[in-house]
Design a protein around this ligand. Structure first.
Ligand code: LFR
Length: 485
């Protein structure tokens, strides 16, 4: 059998890409056909995504894909939480807001007055993040005019096919989805005064999501009638689906702009202890639960690089990592999840302020020291989160799979192995696109089930194993210094 080609459009917070995966009975080959920047824009009313630019980038990538392969289907995934609103004519109202815009945070108290945080957690199992969709909606100015709310991947699917739906793994990040029933939560919608009719019907990963519109087929060269498949449209859900685990006692870190650190479970954990630890129960493929926490992630590094670039300083990653490797260990440490690191802007300065406030010294223009501080602090947060996950679920962890762009960062992988005292298996880098592609391949009948998907990834993709150094004492005291024991 010749392999079948599937196209994945995978949109991340800093770049988007279209990847074609050719899947055979025992093979998986990937080609990135197009990569484009995703640059948010600060407008007078807030921080926005360039939704039309993303759509254009997807079309460009699909055109490249169709020029080289007979594409069997297309799937779209992106970051979670954010949405566009359509009016009665089906037109997009305004530009979607970026989750790093502060408007959600300003509405949190108001939402909690209507539905106490404890009740929200019992229903949704969702970690508290100030940008969760329900908080953004409480600050939304355009709801009166809105007929339909579509999360970012669903918005692009709508533009490609004309169909309307909400894919469930991403719905589980909105704060409006009931983790127990697997449906929109009527009580939460009622308490927040949201019209249930604006929420589109749910789709599950593997569902048919329409076929490309004629003008899309003409613009891309895709065969008329090419289907869109609802994949795990939350990028993290796709990444977890592609974790190359071959045993049950694994944890994962999906490491990119964010580090999503946790376990795969069969049932949500909705206890008060879990809420206090702010673990989330987001939905994975096959009704699995992604029991994890958001750790601030390599955003700290990419935003520092952006700052240095605007200051005309060197900002190339290999050079920065070399300096970090040579810098003094444990000189300065932060809790990467401090809320002050969330917004865009001069991050080295904010890290230095944090350090000054906590009696440490971090010169913001010592790039080696800043990057070392970021990577060691992330390793500490990885360790802390994995230990909490194991405690809260009673499940032992023997292997850590680190997937996503961060798996290329050798220093971070080694520090994570050292801090956790566990072997780290790094890769694949393109886990999200692979998860997207394999859900399509499964819908096509080419892969049997989740375990077969993971075995295929493990057999075909480049992975690298990092052994822990064995000396965790230094990490124990470092963790205590930043309250991450
Ligand atoms: C990762 C991610 C996280 C989500 C954050 C914001 O790309 O999707 O899972 O919490 O972005 O949407």
């Amino acid at each position: 059998h010749a392999p079948t080609a599937f196209a994945a459009a995978d949109l991340g917070a800093t770049s988007g890409r279209v990847v074609v995966g050719r899947v055979g009975r025992d093979s998986l080959e990937l080609t990135e056909t197009h990569r484009f920047d995703n640059t948010p824009a600060q407008l007078p009313d807030g921080l926005h995504w360039n939704a039309l630019g993303l759509y254009q980038g997807v079309l460009d990538g699909l055109r490249e894909a169709a020029a080289r392969w007979d594409v069997a289907s297309v799937g779209i995934d992106s970051w979670a939480v954010d949405y566009g609103l359509l009016d009665a004519d089906g037109a997009l109202i305004g530009n979607p807001f970026h989750y790093r815009d502060p408007r959600g945070a300003a509405a949190v108290e108001e939402v909690w007055r209507r539905v106490p945080a404890r009740d929200l957690y019992r229903i949704t199992g969702l970690q508290h993040l100030p940008f969760n969709t329900l908080f953004q909606l409480a600050a939304e100015q355009n709801l009166d005019r809105a007929r339909t709310l579509l999360l970012i991947p669903d918005l692009l699917t709508h533009w490609l096919t004309g169909t309307v739906g909400t894919e469930a793994t991403n719905a589980s990040t909105t704060g409006l989805y009931d983790a127990r029933t697997g449906n929109w939560s009527t009580p939460i919608l009622a308490a927040l005064g949201l019209d249930p009719a604006v929420l589109a019907p749910l789709r599950r990963p593997g569902d048919h999501a329409g076929t490309v519109l004629p003008h899309v087929a003409a613009a891309t060269g895709l065969r008329p009638g090419t289907p869109l498949v609802a994949v795990a449209s939350h990028d993290t859900a796709s990444a977890v689906a592609a974790v190359p685990a071959t045993t049950a006692d694994f944890a994962y870190i999906s490491c990119g702009t964010w580090s999503l650190v946790g376990l795969e479970l069969d049932q949500p954990v909705l206890t008060d202890a879990s809420r206090a630890a702010n673990f989330t129960n987001e939905l994975g493929i096959d009704h699995t639960v992604r029991y994890l926490r958001n750790v601030m992630g390599l955003w700290l590094l990419s935003e520092s690089q952006r700052t240095w670039r605007t200051q005309g300083r060197s900002h190339q990653l290999p050079e920065l990592l070399e300096r970090a490797a040579a810098a003094r260990p444990f000189a300065a440490l932060v809790n990467p999840d401090a809320p002050e690191f969330l917004a865009p802007g001069d991050l080295p300065a904010r890290l230095a302020e944090y350090c000054a406030r906590t009696g440490q010294h971090l010169p913001p223009d010592d790039q080696g020291a800043v990057v070392r501080c970021i990577l060691e602090s992330l390793a500490l947060a990885h360790r802390h989160t994995l230990r909490r996950a194991a405690e809260l679920t009673g499940r032992p962890v023997r292997t850590v799979h680190l997937v996503g762009g961060g798996s290329r960062n050798e220093l971070l992988c080694q520090l994570t192995a050292d801090a956790t005292g566990l072997p780290v298996i790094a890769g694949p880098t393109e886990a999200t696109a692979i998860g997207n592609i394999l859900v399509q391949a499964r819908a096509h009948g080419l892969v049997a089930d989740r375990r077969a998907m993971r075995r295929l990834v493990a057999r075909t993709q480049h992975l690298k194993r990092y052994e822990p150094s064995g000396d965790t004492r230094a990490w124990d005291s470092a963790a205590a210094r930043v309250g991450l024991s």
